[in-house]
Design a protein around this ligand. Sequence first.
Ligand SMILES: C[S@@+](CC[C@H](N)C(=O)[O-])C[C@H]1O[C@@H](n2cnc3c(N)ncnc32)[C@H](O)[C@@H]1O
Length: 280
Amino acid sequence: MKLNSFDYKKRNMKIWNEVAPRYHKRWATATYGPFQSTKKLVEHVNVQKGFNVLDVACGTGVVTKRLSQKVGKFGHVIAADTSVTAIKIAKKYNKENSNISFVNSDAENFSFNQKFDAITCQYALFFFPNAVKALKNMKKNLKKSGKLGISVHGHRDNVPFFGAIYDAVTQFIPDYIPRGTPDLDRFGTKKSLRNEVKKSGFSNISIHEYVFKYSPGKFDDYWTNYIKYVAKPIKEKLSTLDRSQRKELRDMVKENTKPFTNRNGVIHFPWEVLILTAKN
Ligand SMILES: C[S@@+](CC[C@H](N)C(=O)[O-])C[C@H]1O[C@@H](n2cnc3c(N)ncnc32)[C@H](O)[C@@H]1O
């Protein structure tokens, strides 16, 4: 069965409602590894005191928090996401900051009766089935002088944290990522990201490439944590493998991590992140 975009979004919403607490704790609030991007994104967008900013797919509110500190008490941040659980966490995480409003809203369909000085969207563009629709929506809500800032992960070849597992697991479970899911790697190169944003009508596009370092510990930690943190529908798929297939899969993933493993057995992955800025 192939998911249509409505069913994909429904499934994705359910997954984010499940994983948001773990995502917040393990990833979003970390200042090492890929989440060094949060600070960089807000710097690149050059957010000033008094700005009105929209944070699209705000998740648990890490970009939102930094934006709120930057705009100060005369500015305002609207943070939007489709996951009610993520918003709940974001509210709590930002409870000290009274210059934020949270909205439960789809990036492809939101509409505000104001225009923003800046719009940010971190690690979410690839989840939108119709990314051009979402980007055009952002453009419509951005002031003429406004700035857009988007962070995405690089292609999985340049993010072996994902690639090492994905490349192995899809050999055992071809529909590991269900059919109809947008290709989550499709904006993982400068060219493809630039094209999508250009197609949506933005100008002055520039892309900054970062390669952060991330160590998930030794292979056992990497594998155990992966299984522990993954969402239920994916866990269910892994549980369809029998014992020997599981072992084979694990060995294959281990092999994929070898180039990044030092002589003490600790993995150090590079993690490519692209941060795009553009003008309306
Ligand atoms: C990887 S998280 C990123 C969250 C946050 N921007 C950050 O940097 O931590 C992806 C977020 O995208 C949200 N999301 C996915 N599809 C969405 C859509 N169509 N509209 C709005 N939010 C969406 C998810 O609910 C999730 O909170």
